[in-house]
Design a protein around this ligand. Structure first.
Ligand code: GLN
Length: 450
């Protein structure tokens, strides 16, 4: 049914980079066989899932939305892919994304922009915009994404679905094509909080293949989503995430969500996190710095595209030609920014300073969580913007992640749940919890989702 739905609507939505009916149906038959053989596969067996094209899949191509990996077939599965396969989920295909997960609109895909099912002239958010669009358009019941600065929560918010960034290290980065390794976090998309928790639980937990994987057990997120109550919980409204830059309709829906929390028995207080306003500039030094290092591996020798290798050119020339043609403008901008910020003479002023800001943000979170159990804010300052509106203005694009970036810099758990519409477009409520407090955001999210 989902393959039929994809065939019917993906011509307009453009959520998928790769769909292969035969491979999907073969996987589904294999699940039937395993079931028939008496294997206990767990609650999601047979449920289809769409993977962001940043997760390696051994039976499907993986491009990270870039020309430089066009046609690459990974020899192995990411841990997320492998665990979901093991649990009997069936892969519907690979979803579109901003190239190497750099962007907030999916317009930076080297292939085509994805569209928001609520209004096809608007963006579905990004960088995991194909995954959000697929779930919002009922092409898939579940999908995966990665959140480095907001790339799960922001697309979830603007497409009216649930998107969760787990605690950093709570979900494995093994087989996730790297953007910024200290920030990248795989997480689930679904149409309700309980479904997201089921997917989260199915792929999370310690992975010896990822050196930054946490050792602790997965927090009990499914149980928390089923509990769905806020009675007696202390909720902090982040004072710094309000005011002028927020669309009036976003502010109105957010205030209603806060009132709902109060009416359900939560104790709401205003909390100040004074350094959160520096998170965005710090992120745009740290993330490009890590990207400039990670993307050095695309050297025309190991994977994908190779340009100008006609026997007359040196390896360096082939590398330069390949990178010039294979990377898009946003990726080049990040590599240049990051190389600059890390270079001798500038390192202390930029990268070093940004890492200090990161520590201050961590202290803000710690102080806040001495007073409250969760923090709330709008997920993103505006609803889905028109395709093209911010394409030539990187700073306007970067602002989409204003409220989501603090939790990335510190590794905290955070979710976006739908909290109503503004002018017919979805608005998201962000709920943030301490590191390893993933269950708390599911518990609160399930109580207030609309
Ligand atoms: N929009 C942010 C960026 O462009 C975040 C991306 C992400 O979370 N992958 O870097």
């Amino acid at each position: 049914a989902h393959l039929d739905r994809i065939a019917a609507v993906d011509g307009q939505v453009s959520a998928f980079l790769h769909v292969d009916r035969d491979t999907t149906l073969a996987q589904a038959r294999r699940v039937d066989e395993r079931r028939a053989a008496g294997e206990d596969l767990g609650p999601l067996a047979g449920v289809p899932v769409a993977h962001k094209d940043v997760f390696t899949t051994k039976d499907m191509p993986t491009t990270a939305g870039s020309k430089i990996l066009e046609g690459w077939r990974p020899p192995y599965d990411a841990t997320v892919t492998a665990r979901l396969r093991e649990a009997g989920l069936v892969i519907l295909g690979k979803t579109n994304m901003d190239e190497f997960a750099m962007g907030s609109s999916t317009e930076n895909s080297a292939y085509f922009p994805s569209r928001n099912p609520w209004d096809l002239e608007r963006v579905p958010g990004g960088s995991s915009g194909g995954s959000s669009a697929a779930v919002a358009a009922y092409e898939a019941p579940l999908s995966t994404g990665t959140d480095t600065g907001g790339s799960i929560r922001q697309p979830a918010a603007v497409t009216g679905i649930v998107g969760m960034k787990p605690t950093y290290g709570g979900s494995s980065r093994y087989g996730v094509i790297a953007f910024a390794s200290s920030l990248d976090t795989p997480g689930p998309f679904a149409r309700n909080v309980l479904d997201a928790a089921l997917l989260h639980e199915a792929f999370s937990g310690h992975d010896p293949m990822d050196s930054t994987s946490v050792g602790e057990a997965v927090p009990p997120v499914v149980e928390a989503a089923r509990r769905a109550d806020v009675n007696g919980l202390r909720v902090g409204v982040v004072k710094e995430f309000a005011g002028d830059g927020y669309q009036p309709g976003v502010t109105a829906r957010f205030n209603e969500a806060v009132e709902l929390l109060e009416s359900l028995g939560a104790k709401v207080v205003e909390v100040s996190c004074p350094h959160f306003t520096y998170a965005l500039p710090a992120y745009y030094l740290i993330a490009p710095s890590e990207c400039s290092s990670n993307l050095a591996r695309f050297d025309a020798m190991r994977y994908g595209l190779r340009v100008g290798d006609d026997g007359t050119r040196s390896a360096e020339e082939v590398m330069a030609l390949t990178r010039a043609e294979g990377f898009g403008p946003e990726v080049k901008r990040r590599i240049m920014l990051g190389t600059y910020a890390l270079s001798s003479g500038y390192y202390d002023a930029y990268y070093g300073k940004a890492q200090q800001v990161r520590t201050l943000i961590k202290r803000d979170f710690e102080a806040a969580f001495e007073q409250v159990d969760v923090l709330v804010s709008p997920t993103t300052p505006t609803t889905a913007f028109p395709i093209g509106e911010r394409a030539d203005d990187p700073v306007a694009m970067y602002l989409a992640d204003l409220c989501t970036i603090p939790a990335n810099l510190t590794g905290n758990a955070a979710i976006s749940v739908p909290c109503g519409l503004s002018d017919g477009l979805p608005v998201g409520l962000q709920i943030m919890a301490p590191v390893l407090g993933d269950d708390r955001v599911y518990r609160v999210g399930a109580a207030v989702e609309r």
